[in-house]
Design a protein around this ligand. Structure first.
Ligand SMILES: O=c1[nH]c(=O)c2ncn([C@@H]3O[C@H](COP(=O)(O)OP(=O)(O)OP(=O)(O)O)[C@@H](O)[C@H]3O)c2[nH]1
Ligand SMILES: [Mg+2]
Length: 198
């Protein structure tokens, strides 16, 4: 089935840039919420990334009757029992800057070194079809919380997410490189395969 058009239900411009680059070769028109002129109202009250991704996609699918995809993602820090996890966007309040959130996470890991600083980004992608079908995929990217903020690329927690294998911070990666390694890149490529197989 050739997909002509979809809505990607996010208000996060950083995500949207990555989504466009990764799903570009599907050849479908991809509208953000803003471009579709829709406001999301559903509460992200699920208990998992997948549940929240489905909540966001389903709400907009029901409003529009279109194929709608959504992303729910976050940062899990092992030494903090997986915090901030599904609450990553809301951590310390929605209005708090990432500079402050990032500084706070670094402070909370004071005294920890190497593997004790392990963390991962998680991304769940949901696709909700007007006929009720739902697909979900998940991708992760393993790393560590660094000791400082580095890099101007990406968004959110990228400046403190250190990738030991590549000896750099996620915030230092050009977008194409981040997309090759990232939680979102992996989850979106799995979704793309499933959509292409329909
Ligand atoms: O540095 C980062 N690089 C990433 O690649 C990344 N992916 C997720 N996150 C964090 O997790 C929250 C998602 O929360 P979230 O899924 O509710 O999204 P959101 O509220 O920003 O937008 P929406 O899609 O819900 O409209 C984001 O805001 C960020 O704090 C990331 N941080
Ligand atoms: Mg959100």
């Amino acid at each position: 089935m050739k997909i002509e058009k979809m809505i990607f239900a996010t208000g996060n411009e950083g995500k949207m840039r990555e989504v466009r680059m990764i799903l570009g070769d599907l050849g479908a028109e991809i509208l953000s919420l803003k471009e579709a002129g829709i406001q999301a109202e559903a509460e992200e009250n699920g208990t998992t990334f997948e549940e929240n991704a489905v909540i966001k996609a389903k709400e907009i699918m029901e409003k529009t009757g279109a194929l709608v995809l959504a992303d729910d993602s976050g940062l899990e820090v092992d030494a903090l029992n997986g915090e901030p996890g599904i609450y990553s966007a809301r951590y310390m309040g929605h209005e708090t800057s990432y500079h402050i959130k990032n500084k706070n996470l670094i402070e909370r890991l004071e005294g920890k070194t190497g593997e004790e600083r392990s963390a991962r980004f998680v991304c769940a992608i949901a696709a909700c079809f007007p006929d009720g079908r739902v697909l979900t995929t998940r991708g992760t990217m393993e790393g560590q919380i660094g000791y400082e903020e580095k890099g101007e690329n990406g968004f959110g927690y990228d400046p403190i997410f250190y990738l030991p294998e590549y000896q750099c911070y996620s915030g230092e990666l050009p977008l194409e490189e981040k997309n090759k390694l990232s939680h979102r890149g992996k989850a979106l490529r799995l979704m793309k395969e499933q959509l292409e197989a329909l």
